[in-house]
Design a protein around this ligand. Structure first.
Ligand SMILES: Cc1ncc(COP(=O)(O)O)c(C=O)c1O
Length: 392
């Protein structure tokens, strides 16, 4: 039985919330139901809110020292959730994972160097690379059995001369939980080409049963020695507004170089809420997370069933991790512009445009199901009516 109430509809308008706040600017209208950016419409867990409240009751918000519970909480969490043993010395604070990627590129590569990302993938991977003057190499994922797969011969060719591979582990937007074998093969190729791997594991705690997340550095000694892994409680516990994440770098030489880069600009220091939030999430979060994931899994079932019964022209890719459902809309036989018109101007929905994640996203939309089921039902009903009006 669920103790937490994920059915509660919380009005997020007028709360400086990105999901609602940019509708006019980005979609050209405000009368849209937003199911796009990857945060949740659920209440952030009560034990996190209570700890933040307690800190505020002190009423002096002066400079703070690093929370001594922070590293032990991360170590215990990674061991309990992912059977990964990490040493305290390997962990460093970073102010956000997208920024962390930029810091790695700045510390380990030069302007014009090649950075490999998958296509499709979470768009800041290539935007940050481009904006930092790096050359982006796209490895196009294959779709087999309605799942993204890696063509390793192609990856071998694509990795030629690549300095850094930014890996989404698990994958956003496809929701793939890469297997041990797939990660091992990535590590072999990275070693062969002398490519440093950034493993972004922000979605790891959102891995859904029966799948099991594998931390990249655990797959082989070469993966361990040749990687920078990023983690954060922000996706799983709905705290991205706090901005708190960390890097784990087992290789001492890489770690010293990365940490020196961070320390030079004091990028390795968080604000007073950053470490506190992580400590609370990782110390008390197991039950809440289990229940939240049950609710998400049921929402994904609901979406699959809905499309099957009412809109078989749209095929959802079932995520193995995360609350993001990638929708293959090719069966509607619309151009991408017509697809956007259908979702925005006819169905009044704001989803992520698949093209945002790379050229392979043509004909796809990304639906965020971390919302009460009634909201999801409303959104899908709006879409159904719009498709019916189109006569598709
Ligand atoms: C794969 C991935 N990495 C990073 C982020 C954002 O991380 P941060 O807010 O720490 O920059 C997201 C957010 O959706 C994501 O999906």
């Amino acid at each position: 039985m669920l103790v937490y109430n994920f059915d509660e509809i919380i009005d997020r308008k007028n709360s400086d919330c990105l999901k609602y706040g940019v509708l006019q600017d980005r979609w050209g209208r405000t009368d849209l139901l937003p199911l796009w950016v990857a945060d949740m419409d659920f209440r952030t867990p009560d034990f996190i809110i209570a700890a933040l409240r307690k800190r505020l009751e002190h009423e002096v918000l002066g400079y703070t020292v690093s929370d001594c519970r922070w590293k032990p909480a991360i170590i215990a969490w990674l061991k309990q959730q992912h059977q990964w043993e990490v040493a305290a010395s390997e962990i460093t604070f970073i102010p956000g994972i997208v920024r962390g990627i930029a810091f790695v590129l700045q510390a380990f590569t030069e302007i014009g160097d090649k950075v490999l990302v998958m296509n499709p993938v979470y768009h800041p991977f290539f935007l940050v690379s481009e904006h930092n003057g790096r050359q982006v190499v796209y490895h196009r994922l294959e779709r087999k059995d309605n799942l993204y797969q890696i063509d390793f011969d192609q990856l071998d060719r694509d990795l030629e001369g690549v300095k850094v591979f930014v890996l989404s582990n698990p994958h956003n937007p496809g929701g793939r939980v890469w297997t041990l074998d797939e990660l091992r093969r990535i590590a072999q190729l990275a070693e062969k080409h002398g490519t440093l791997v950034i493993s972004d594991e922000i979605h790891a705690d959102l891995t859904l049963a029966p799948y099991q997340h594998t931390p990249y550095p655990t797959v082989s000694e070469s993966a361990r020695q040749n990687s920078i892994t990023f983690g954060s409680p922000s996706k799983a516990f709905n705290t991205p507004g706090i901005v708190s994440s960390y890097s784990i770098v087992p290789n001492g030489k890489i770690r010293r170089k990365f940490n020196a880069y961070l320390a030079a600009s004091e990028l390795d220091e968080g604000n007073m809420f950053a470490q506190l939030t992580t400590v609370e999430a990782y110390s008390h979060g197991t039950e809440w997370l289990d229940q939240m994931k049950q609710y998400i899994a049921a929402n994904i079932d609901f979406v699959e069933q809905y499309f099957k019964e009412n809109l078989p022209q749209i095929q959802p890719m079932r995520p193995q991790a995360s609350y993001l459902v990638y929708l293959d809309c090719h069966g509607l036989h619309l151009s991408h512009e017509q697809l956007l018109d259908l979702f925005i101007d006819k169905a009044h929905l704001a989803l992520d445009d698949g093209r945002k994640f790379g050229s392979a996203g043509e004909g796809f939309m990304r639906l965020n199901v971390a919302t009460p089921r009634a909201v999801l039902q409303q959104a899908l009903d709006q879409l159904k009516q719009a498709v019916e009006k189109l006569g598709r």
